[in-house]
Design a protein around this ligand. Structure first.
Ligand SMILES: Cc1cc2nc3c(=O)[nH]c(=O)nc-3n(C[C@H](O)[C@H](O)[C@H](O)COP(=O)(O)O)c2cc1C
Length: 189
């Protein structure tokens, strides 16, 4: 039986282009609140959420997102899409000193909470994955930090552009039966 939470999870989609309409402040606050209430290891809450509205900073972030390398099942491509002209971008930053074990998962759940909240409010988003394992000098993540004056020791988990969707997106998932196993990992995975 579907309820509002299940419906939001099921119907949220990544939207890569946004209408010109602004995001109302009350909705933005609800989205950020959804991030605040995410779970984290020992309730460490290692995150900061930077709301970027400055057009020049958004443009620079968009250029960086175009450089993100996307890969799956042997196919690798450069994103090339930018941020899709959103009215604002929420940048999810985590502090590994506050949570050395699970800072990444903490940032991830906060990001997803906010993406779901945005969807539930009639807005859309997509997760631009800027986190890079090494996070070296030439990485997209390092460039994002420079633009937003984020200290070197912190990590950037995601850029979440938020806005009114400019189109209706769709995507598919593999069948549940091929994902679920009983009592042990399946022999033929
Ligand atoms: C960790 C993570 C990183 C992602 N990074 C990107 C990205 O850099 N560029 C992009 O276009 N989409 C990115 N996405 C969005 C995925 O492409 C998208 O979630 C997936 O194709 C499924 O589509 P849906 O979200 O519409 O269901 C990312 C999603 C996740 C969870």
């Amino acid at each position: 039986m579907a309820n509002e939470v299940l419906k939001a999870i099921r119907e949220r989609r990544s939207v890569l282009r946004f209408a010109e309409e602004p995001v109302p402040e009350d909705k933005l606050e609800l989205i950020l609140e959804a991030g605040r209430w995410a779970p984290s290891y020992a309730n460490s809450q290692p995150w900061k959420f930077i709301v970027v509205r400055d057009p020049e900073k958004k443009r620079k972030l968009g250029e960086l997102v175009e450089r993100i390398v996307l890969g799956s099942r042997g196919r690798v491509a450069v994103s090339g899409r930018g941020l899709g002209d959103p009215p604002l971008v929420i940048v999810v930053v985590v502090d590994p000193l506050r949570d050395p074990r699970h800072f990444l998962e903490a940032g991830a759940v906060a990001t997803q909470n906010m993406a779901l909240a945005a969807h539930s409010l009639g807005l859309a988003s997509y997760w631009a994955g800027v986190y890079e394992l090494g996070g070296g000098r030439h990485s997209v993540e390092r460039q994002v930090k420079k633009i937003l004056a984020i200290p070197r020791e912190l990590r950037v988990v995601a850029l979440l552009p938020i806005g009114v969707p400019a189109y209706q997106a769709d995507s598919e998932r593999v069948e549940l039966a091929s994902l679920v196993a009983q009592d042990q990992y399946p022999e033929k995975a």
